[in-house]
Design a protein around this ligand. Structure first.
Ligand code: F6P
Length: 344
């Protein structure tokens, strides 16, 4: 009987998921396995819902955004009987391994299932936030920054024309990588990231100087940046099944723009790019990276190398223990913050 690999994609989608699935499917078939998609992340395993996958179906996945097999933020450990159902359906669907494509939350579940039940899992890192430890980059990030940088160039044009200060709010949850890379690539005057509380007097000084010089200034802020007392909006914070604050109504772009206008008297506008960063065709970098990590995951399954994640280390895809990748978030570190001090 042909051995079967179940593939699931969990958490926020990002460009690269489809090519990663293609990588797994192509390599798995080469090694003599068949693949099946589990619908909408861990939910698919809990409910035993599958989606047919093969080389023919995934042939055109390389340039496609989104995920063909769907995603969700379902956490089996937070649903009554969820873990039991996962284990039961793993057997019922006659799976011999699971390839789990996700960020810290989705892979965190894979880590636990491997640790608690020795479920044969292999992880594939994805997230536009780029906040997974051990891997140098996650696919989805390059595309997200490319899209945000394009938005930045457009905002700068209109800002310059109206002699305004413009603020762009980008995603990235609790890590400032997307904001920082967008700010660097678009030549912003100031950047606000969650790892460093905003120094308002410093920001105002910088913006006033920039505005004096060029009658325009540009700020990039992460959705999770902290403005001291202003950051939390005073509202009760909604959490997802993994206990993360849902940042959608936080409005950092709006808060920063209003603060800048009040403190400078200069007309200021903001834009929130949000989920636009998660859609569309992956960049060349993300296409190659996602196919490579997907293929390597299938190889790990074939070699019985379970409990590992296919990580990009330098220019090689290596196997690292899943628990190392999910134990701690990779946030903007001192080396990058020092660079930030010089640039902004
Ligand atoms: O983790 C990816 C991400 O896009 C974060 O940057 C963002 O905070 C969050 O997902 C948004 O989640 P949702 O799609 O559930 O609104």
């Amino acid at each position: 009987m042909t051995k079967r690999i179940g593939i699931l994609t969990g958490g926020g989608d990002c460009p690269g998921l489809n090519p990663a699935i293609k990588g797994v499917v192509y390599a798995a078939e080469k090694f003599g396995y068949e693949c099946v998609g589990l619908a909408e992340g861990w939910k698919g395993l809990i409910e035993g819902k599958t989606i047919k996958l093969n080389k023919k179906i995934s042939e055109y996945f390389t340039e496609q955004g989104g995920t063909y097999i769907g995603t969700s933020r379902t956490n089996p450990y937070k649903i009554e009987g969820g873990v039991k159902k996962c284990l039961k359906n793993f057997k019922k669907l006659k799976l011999s391994a699971l390839v789990v494509i996700g960020g810290e939350d989705t892979l965190g579940v894979a880590t636990k299932l491997y640790k608690d039940y020795k479920l044969p899992v292999v992880g594939v890192p994805k997230t536009m936030d780029n906040d997974l430890s051990v891997t140098d980059y996650t696919f989805g990030f390059d595309t997200a920054v490319t899209v945000a940088a394009d938005a930045a160039f457009r905002l700068k044009d209109t800002g310059k024309s109206h002699r305004r200060i413009m603020v762009l709010e980008v995603m990235g949850r609790h890590a400032g990588w997307v904001a920082l890379f967008t700010a660097i690539t678009s030549g912003a005057d100031f950047v606000c990231i969650p790892e460093k509380k905003i120094d308002v007097p410093k920001m105002m000084k910088k913006l006033k100087e920039s505005y004096k010089r060029k009658k325009f200034a540009f700020v990039v802020t992460s959705e999770a940046a902290e403005l001291g007392g202003l950051g939390k909006n005073g509202k009760k914070q909604e959490l997802d099944q993994f206990g993360h604050v849902i940042l959608k109504d936080r409005g950092m772009g709006a808060q920063i723009a209003s603060l800048i206008e009040k403190n400078s008297g200069i007309e200021t506008r903001f834009a929130v790019i949000g989920h636009i960063q998660r859609g569309g065709s992956p960049t060349v970098f993300d296409r190659i990276l996602s196919i490579r990590v997907g293929m390597q995951a299938a190889r790990f399954v074939h070699n019985g190398n379970f409990g590992k994640m296919a990580a990009l280390i330098g220019n090689e895809i290596k196997g690292v223990p899943l628990h190392k990748a999910t134990g701690k978030l990779k946030t903007v570190d001192k080396k990058w913050r020092d660079m930030m001090e010089i640039l902004f």
